[in-house]
Design a protein around this ligand. Structure first.
Ligand code: NAP
Length: 531
């Protein structure tokens, strides 16, 4: 490397979740000295923090795992179609031990700031424990890790216990005999509500936007189906990587209005019975054409009316927006839970939550007295955890300032003005609109190869070119505008956090994206300046 100063590490990786761990492994394979800094007291990222009742992944287990080691994917046995949080955390712990990752991971260390020195071509990284230097900084901080608790008036005045689904107590929570409020009805709420309802004396759910949810039909994995995947795991992974969302469902050529109403109904029913996120692949145009989308939305609304006995409650639970433009949910007994006598639904779409009071939650002048409040209110997605660190690039310019009007990246992996900074599944990459584990693996491999290329060619720095970045940001938006995604208030757009700029953040199309990354690398990191 063309610089005299030797930093403490070749690379510092922030975050020890799925992304940070594989990043460390890849860097080590290239012989780099790397250190992972993790705020939590354990590894696992999302799966360390999200321990709420019912937490499990809604990507199927056989897909939601690493593929960098054939032995690992052959050896590990998942027990269910959708793995629970404890099982996924056990898997992550196993990977860390198996590949001897822990010796380079420092827990209980929060990174507060990272400042770039151009003269020394290195980052100075300040944590709550020490300061370290590194040639490269890799933010593997997760897309959904910065908890969002709305600033309700009186939020801190509540006399009972409060919880956020993404910061759940490790010892669990026993709601037996309690009156519980759940605020929010996204994926985390939809998984936890049925289980909290079974325990609590009474559960009141505060819903601002009704969610579409598809049954999980979770079950123990069939050994024969597992064997089939394992017989050709590489082929299974390659098939998934070739699909638009990088997961095991393909968008068929048949369009919703390409068949008559009864055939449409049959296909939707088949996908409903199959369960899971693949519901949106019933027809090839559900995410592109509003009229087609409405047929799927209406199918699910009819299901809700069939499941929920009280028509008023069923109507409140029926989403009005297009299906899929907010993240689709996958559930076990969600809608049916509202048939229980101890569960009530408060619609706060027209009359927002006025205040949290010492006794509970107040809406339209009425106080709902509870013993505990669960904030299932989501995350400052995609940018929150990155911007929580005071990152300063060339000339001391802060990333917060650069991204004030929304995140700008080249390939979601680099950002102009911030040399040697890499983002794992940053905004502008498929990330949350793909299966996250293959997505982080693809980034980790690409980033490690890139750093290897720099070393091989004697470069000390790499930085996204502003023109390439502008073109990429434009492309991400152009692709999104071909779909239904930008048409509703979702966290993909930053719409869930008051004041956050409204920019569609993920890139849609995993295979196109991977091809682009490979092409950029093959052309000597086209669109980046190497020096
Ligand atoms: P979320 O989808 O953002 O849901 C947050 C909920 O809180 C929404 O219903 C939202 O309403 C509500 N809310 C926010 N602010 C509010 C306010 N001021 N007043 C009333 N309600 C408010 O968060 P999440 O459920 O934690 O899920 C986030 C993402 O994590 C998911 O989309 C998914 O990608 C991932 N996740 C995955 C799984 C899984 O694999 N099974 C499980 C959990 C989470 P609005 O919709 O009106 O904003």
């Amino acid at each position: 490397m063309a610089t005299a100063v030797k930093p403490d590490f070749d690379a510092v990786v922030v975050g020890a979740g799925f992304g940070g761990l594989v990043m460390l492994h890849r860097l080590r394979q290239h012989g780099f000295r790397a250190r992972v800094l993790e705020a939590g007291s354990g590894i696992g990222g999302t799966w360390f923090w999200n321990r709420y009742p019912g937490a499990r992944c809604d990507i199927e287990s056989m897909e939601y795992s690493y593929q960098f080691s054939e032995e690992l994917q052959q050896d590990w046995e998942w027990s269910e179609r959708y793995a629970t949080q404890p099982e996924i955390l056990r898997y992550i712990e196993h990977v860390a031990d198996r590949f001897d990752l822990r010796r380079d991971i420092q827990l209980d260390t929060r990174v507060n700031a990272a400042h770039w020195s151009h003269a020394e071509s290195c980052w100075t990284i300040a944590t709550d424990r020490q300061t370290v230097t590194a040639r490269f900084l890799v933010m593997a901080t997760g897309c959904l890790s910065s908890a969002n608790i709305p600033d309700f008036p009186g939020r801190d005045s509540f006399a009972g216990k409060t919880y956020h689904t993404g910061r759940w107590p490790h010892g669990g929570v026993d709601f037996t005999g309690q009156r519980v409020a759940v605020i929010g009805t996204g994926s985390s709420a939809i998984q936890s509500i049925p289980l909290i309802a079974e325990q609590a004396a009474h559960l009141t759910v505060f819903q601002r936007t009704a969610s579409f949810s598809i049954p999980a039909h979770n079950a123990p994995l069939d050994p024969e189906a597992v064997r089939k995947v394992k017989d050709d795991y590489a082929g299974f992974r390659a098939y998934n990587a070739a699909q638009a969302f990088g997961a095991h469902f393909s968008l068929p050529p048949v369009l919703a209005y390409g068949v008559d109403a009864s055939e449409r109904e049959r296909v939707f029913e088949e996908h409903w019975q199959e369960g899971g996120l693949g519901f949106l692949s019933a027809f090839g145009d559900l995410l592109f054409d509003h009229k087609s989308n409405e047929t799927a939305a209406e199918f699910v609304r009819a299901k809700i009316r069939g499941i929920v006995r009280d028509p008023t409650v069923a109507a409140k639970l029926s989403p009005k927006q297009v299906i899929g433009c907010k993240r689709l949910c996958v559930d076990t007994n969600y809608y049916a839970t509202f048939n229980r006598p101890n569960v009530s639904l408060v619609d706060v779409s027209e009359t927002p939550i006025e205040a949290i009071t010492p006794r509970g939650v107040r809406v339209a002048g009425q106080e709902y007295a509870v013993d505990a409040i669960v904030f299932a209110t989501g995350f400052d997605a995609m940018t929150g955890a990155v911007l929580a660190v005071d990152i300063r690039g060339t000339g001391g310019r802060s990333l917060r300032e650069k991204w004030a009007a929304g995140p700008r990246t080249y390939l979601g992996v680099g950002t102009a003005g911030f040399p040697n900074l890499f983002l794992v599944t940053g905004p502008g990459s498929p990330s949350v609109l793909s299966n996250m584990v293959p997505a982080v693996e693809q980034h980790a491999a690409w980033i490690a190869d890139c750093i290897g290329h720099l070393r091989e060619h004697g470069f000390a720095r790499i930085e996204a070119d502003p023109a390439a970045e502008d073109a990429w940001v434009g492309h991400v938006n152009d692709v999104a505008s071909l779909t239904v995604y930008p048409s509703c208030n979702s966290w993909y757009l930053g719409a869930n956090v008051p004041g956050k700029p409204r920019v569609f953040m993920p890139y849609i199309g995993f295979p196109t994206y991977v091809a682009k990354c490979n092409e950029v690398a093959a052309k000597g990191y086209e669109g980046f300046a190497l020096s």
